[in-house]
Design a protein around this ligand. Structure first.
Ligand code: 13P
Length: 251
């Protein structure tokens, strides 16, 4: 009922030439895939070129961040409106690396979510607990705070216009994936949480991705879980072979 959605977050990797090669490699391997929504999130500098290459292929484009204002004296920032020039449909908002290294808090993330949705872009809204927080059994409280503060004042009239991404910080880039049981437990919690504010029908239609050391070897068992609808892939999305195997998780 919910279409699987697999996104590649390239982070700060790939020069223009590398980006071209990577997209070409991915396209070649996934051209027959119809039943999975595929999104590529290159860095800003590669958006224009990747956008041209994926045109009419069914692969969609996302950015990794943006500002919450349409325009202004914000040196070095990128307006959500400018992303539309590249045919971007998605924007990753609230990634833990932005929270951790760039001081993004829930209030700022809330402003960004409102801005991108106001421009008709679809946020991939990231949340996740640290290892310390998990060990201290604060996982659900932390996630609840991130979700409710992040989405404060947002009506979510169309559940397909936001993707939630659960990315436990301890699983990102570490090679340690959450077990399928750990991930499912959190995804179910998140869906129930969404239903408390936005209603069961909406919550049942929102796609919730898992992210954190997703690999070809663990994607199938994650996707078998009833509340896991896709993946936000970092490292393994930088290689056409491994990313295409993740996309073709059904075998
Ligand atoms: P890795 O897949 O490299 O663990 O990164 C996950 C991530 O942060 C995706 O946004």
């Amino acid at each position: 009922m919910r279409k699987p959605i697999i996104a590649g977050n390239w982070k700060m990797y790939n020069s223009l030439e590398e980006a071209k090669l990577l997209v070409a490699g991915i396209l070649e391997k996934v051209k027959d895939v119809k039943d999975v929504q595929i999104i590529l999130c290159p860095s800003f500098t590669a958006l224009a070129v990747v956008s041209e290459i994926v045109k009419n292929t069914g692969i969609e484009l996302g950015a990794q961040n943006c500002h919450y204002q349409e325009k202004g004296a914000f040196t070095g920032e990128v307006s959500p409106k400018f992303l539309l020039d590249f045919g971007c449909k998605y924007v990753i908002i609230g990634h833990s690396e932005r929270r951790q290294y760039f001081g993004e808090d829930d209030a700022l993330i809330n402003r960004k979510l409102k801005a991108v949705m106001g421009f008709g872009l679809f946020p991939i809204f990231c949340i996740g607990e640290t290892l310390d927080q998990r060990n201290q059994k604060q996982t659900f409280d932390v996630l609840k705070g991130q979700v409710l503060k992040g989405l404060e004042g947002i009506s979510l009239s169309d559940p397909l216009k936001m993707v939630l991404a659960y990315e436990p910080v301890w699983a990102i880039g570490t090679g340690v994936t959450a077990t399928k049981e750990q991930a499912q437990e959190v995804h179910k919690y998140l869906r129930d949480l969404l239903s408390e504010t936005w209603g069961r029908e909406t919550a049942d239609r929102v796609r919730i991705q898992y992210g954190g050391s997703v690999k070809p070897e663990n994607i199938a068992e994650l996707m078998e879980q009833p509340d896991i609808d896709g993946a936000l892939v970092g490292g393994a999305s930088l290689d056409p072979e491994s990313f295409s195997r993740i996309i073709k998780f059904k075998g």
